[in-house]
Design a protein around this ligand. Structure first.
Ligand code: AMP
Length: 284
């Protein structure tokens, strides 16, 4: 099948209907474009596991705050199309802003509590924008499987909760974080970093690995772990810490004593560029 670039909801629905009539499962990878190896890993898995693989490219204005980078977010339709074609994506859904949010748009979806923690503290409204657009995309594409990256772990937890609470018949698969050679998690926003910031940024993952080693060596006090992460970042970079947290990986509840499936997540700002990273570990 040659790749289709679809810009209308009607065409999208017709193609999905046809695939389902042929008993194909539909896998879906939502993105904001500026595609990189992180996206590639999601698409590869999606293509391997489904009869029809759909990727959406939509820079969603509702998930950007008024002083955030919506206007300058990298956009390159031709490059992204070629990237997707090389990965044998079947359909790119490329809606316009007007199609998703027509004049007079009024409906929003929000997962309470989970959306106001971590990134939600300094980015109020961000996750409301994410869940709103995802509900729309899930209604249009009706996938069997939704592929999300652990890179945006809070987003994945929130979308899991939304899908469960709203009874969407979709399975969510969370895929591992793809990193550059030096450990920096790949992100479309890494291109904003100056060369000095780029050199310092791998310290985020290094500090998480240090925390993991401490836990493996028997340290279970969350405060101590977070203190070590903070000082690694403060002492070795010019970045400003937004948060460092230890939480239960599926409920985002903070923990004092590290046990069970634990997510250690952080966000650090280099200049205006906010980077995030996390690790998930099972602690007996
Ligand atoms: P974005 O285009 O940044 O909205 O990301 C689209 C999807 O790709 C999300 O599910 C992200 O979590 C995922 N993703 C982005 N970067 C990475 C990465 N480095 N490794 C794995 N998944 C990623």
């Amino acid at each position: 099948m040659t790749m289709r670039v679809v810009k209308s909801i009607k065409t999208m629905r017709a193609l999905i209907k046809k695939a389902k009539a042929q008993n194909k499962t539909v896998g879906f990878v939502p993105t904001m474009g500026a595609l990189h190896e992180g996206h590639r890993s999601l698409v590869c898995k999606c293509r391997r596991e489904n009869g029809l693989s759909v990727m959406s490219i939509f820079v969603n204005p509702k998930q950007f705050g008024p002083r955030e980078d919506f206007a300058k977010y990298p956009r390159d339709q031709k490059r992204d199309e070629l990237f997707a074609k090389n990965e044998n994506v079947d359909i790119i859904f490329y809606p316009s802003e007007r199609l998703i949010y027509p004049n007079g748009y009024l409906t929003y979806v929000q997962v309470e509590q989970y959306s106001s923690r971590m990134c939600g503290v300094t980015r109020p409204g961000h996750f409301r924008g994410v869940t709103t657009v995802m509900v729309k995309l899930l209604n249009i594409i009706t996938p069997d499987v939704l592929y999300l990256g652990q890179k945006d772990a809070q987003q994945a937890v929130i979308l899991n909760k939304m899908v469960e609470d709203l009874n969407f018949p979709v399975t969510i698969k969370m895929c591992p974080i793809i990193r550059d050679r030096d450990g920096l998690a790949m992100s479309s926003r890494n291109t904003y970093l100056t060369s000095r910031q780029r050199q310092e940024a791998p310290m985020l993952f290094q500090s998480l690995k240090k925390a993991k080693r401490m836990i493996r060596n028997g340290e279970h006090n969350a405060k101590k772990i977070m203190r070590v992460i903070r000082s690694s970042i403060v002492n070795n970079t010019c970045g400003k810490i937004v948060y460092v947290v230890c939480m239960h990986a599926s409920t985002l509840a903070s923990m004092k004593y590290i046990r069970g499936k634990v997510m250690i997540a952080l966000s650090v700002k280099f200049g205006h560029t906010r980077l995030i990273d996390n690790i998930i570990i099972n602690v007996k």
